[in-house]
Design a binder for this molecule. Sequence first.
Ligand code: PLP
Length: 393
Amino acid sequence: MKIRVNEQFALLEENYLFSETGHRTRAYQAAHPEKKVLRLGIGDVTLPLAPCVAEAMRKAVDEMGVKETFRGYSPEYGYDFLREKLAARYRRFGVRLPAEEIYVSDGAKSDVGSIVDILGENEVLLPDPVYPVYRDSNLMCGRRVRFLPAGRENDFLPMPEGLLREPYVIYLCSPNNPTGAAYSRAQLRAWVDFALESGSLIVFDAAYEAFVEGDFPHSIYEIPGAEACAVEIGSFSKTAGFTGVRCAWAVFPEALESRGVGLGALWRRRQATRFNGVGYIVQRGAEAALSEAGERQCMEAVAYYKRNVRLLSQVLVERGIYHTGGLHSPYLWFACPEGERSWEFFDRLLATVQVVGTPGAGFGKRGEGYFRLTGFSDRASIEEAAERLKTVL
Ligand code: PLP
């Protein structure tokens, strides 16, 4: 053919990070079939859906099988019953949002990737290390990306100090993937103030909000003024075990406008064109996850993962190894021993104790020398992994 393809793709790493870790793990397992490999690499949940969620979905399947209650396309911004439940959840954090400002989608990944469609040429600021989707979705459409260095000096929570007061699109994720670090109220206040002063937009990824402990913000809208400078994206994936079910949401407050154009209006237009809504059965499941019983059951799973990650972090505490995460997050991020590089440590950990994690370098240059483990596993594997880690750390 003689057509031109999107040449921006040449800027992307050839392999998605998890393809490479998966490839190396499979190769090791094939060569050593007798070894039991413990996989603490990928951020995927392992516990089943909460009983009341599964029940609500079964009921919805029955409705779909009957002429009188069958439904076709769902509304492209979500059923009102779910948008209202989400608005009620925000009220618990003291955040008042009209249900119409909440747009249901099939995943936070879709939303963080799709938001580029409604934004023009701006300098995009991303923390380094970063969830790769922010970087790649911007590179794919030719946006200028600049990295905000995260490291020990700022406990992996970059702040706006030193930035020119210019309008940027800034991606923040708290609690963070990959580092597990969470912004305090004062730190988010500083980011919101910076965005308001500079005319910037914050894209706030709250996918791990359910893991937050104590007086840390669950939502950026807990910071007054954020409704005029921030989009928030939430997800049922990690909170309610929906990684395979698919349901999330984006919040576009009506106060969010730039140069006289409302971002919510652009998002509605974008979604109406390119998205056909989330299935009824899934939305009934999500609604159930937000019911009283659903929240209780889902939070039991969150507590289980958090206990897992605490068991791993105890090993690091005992060994005096620098780390972030493990508290407000299912992730634990730590310095590889003796300055070892991330991929070398990955290979060594796999070869010596058969524990699979994720090399920090896969999340950006500043991730080099660091390593991520997750608490998304069963307790017995976590306990075994903790024992094995003690022998190499
Ligand atoms: N945002 C972050 C920071 C994530 O870590 C992930 C998944 O790992 C997602 C978004 C994707 O979430 P979803 O499953 O809702 O697409």
